[in-house]
Design a protein. Structure first.
Length: 268
């Protein structure tokens, strides 16, 4: 124990606490309550980690800017019983929780519907941890909206695809077979991307994919599109439209579930 003068008042320090005459000393309970409150505030503000709680699934969902996403749908897939999923939505702070205290293993996914340029899109959200967990153990599963990047387990990309069908005929030489890999596509954003951020022009050589030739993992947005074949300008048209131009503006359309494509036809 030692004594010190605090603002002209004699005070006593005991076990790291300053006790001033006439001022109540904080209790251990009060300190714990304040700490717990601070942890909850930090969790709601996206600071620090949520703690695992037995029999409870919980987590946080944030956007590409790190801000909370309200109304994201969280699905805890019961891997023991068919069609017995637990579904919950995030609150204004991007937080969610649901009881999982049953003898089952769960795998968690998250998605969010957004309105963009007059269309509604369903976007998959990226898990911080994609492993399954035992219901009674509980888990924390956080998610983030990503415009691009690979999905877990090689299940594709968070970005969308721009695919094309190339007319194989070269009007200057009918004996030359045109190769998809020689096509270069340029995408210039027309306005903000789906998350409200400013995109940048994308110019890439086409690749072959199981779905067709084109560009993959493109951020969701509206684009002005042009293309060339080894430097020679290509005519660009939407698939099955029968109309071509040096460039066009297009939105992504739904292929299946949360997979979106722009399909083009190209010719010299």
């Amino acid at each position: 124990m030692r004594r010190l003068l605090v603002a002209g008042v004699l005070a006593v320090t005991l076990s790291g606490c300053v006790i001033t005459p006439g001022v109540p000393a904080p209790s251990d309970t009060q300190g714990r309550v304040e700490q717990d409150g601070a942890r909850q505030d930090d969790a709601r503000q996206g600071k620090g980690d949520l703690e695992v709680e037995a029999g409870v699934l919980k987590g946080r969902v944030v956007g590409t800017d790190g801000k909370p996403i309200q109304g994201a749908e969280i699905v805890a897939d019961n891997q023991l019983l068919y069609d017995s999923n637990l579904v919950v939505s995030t609150d204004a702070d991007g937080l969610y929780r649901v009881d999982t205290d049953v003898a089952a293993t769960f795998h968690v996914t998250a998605s969010k519907k957004i309105d963009f340029n007059g269309k509604t899109y369903l976007v998959e959200l990226a898990p911080e941890d994609d492993t399954s967990f035992a219901g009674p153990t509980g888990a924390v599963r956080n998610f983030t909206w990503k415009l691009t990047g690979e999905k877990p387990d090689d299940l594709g990309h968070y970005g969308s695809s721009v695919l094309f069908y190339l007319d194989s005929v070269d009007p200057q030489n009918s004996e030359v077979y045109l190769e998809d890999e020689n096509v270069e596509v340029t995408l210039t954003p027309e306005g903000p991307l789906a998350d409200g951020s400013q995109g940048s022009t994308i110019t890439r050589k086409a690749i072959r994919t199981p779905d067709g030739s084109g560009l993959v993992d493109v951020p969701l947005g509206r684009y002005r599109i042009s293309a060339n074949y080894q430097g020679r300008p290509l005519q660009v048209g939407l698939r099955n439209s029968g109309q071509y131009a040096a460039e066009l503006v297009a939105d992504f359309t739904q292929h299946i579930s949360s997979v979106y494509w722009i399909e083009l036809e190209l010719k010299l």
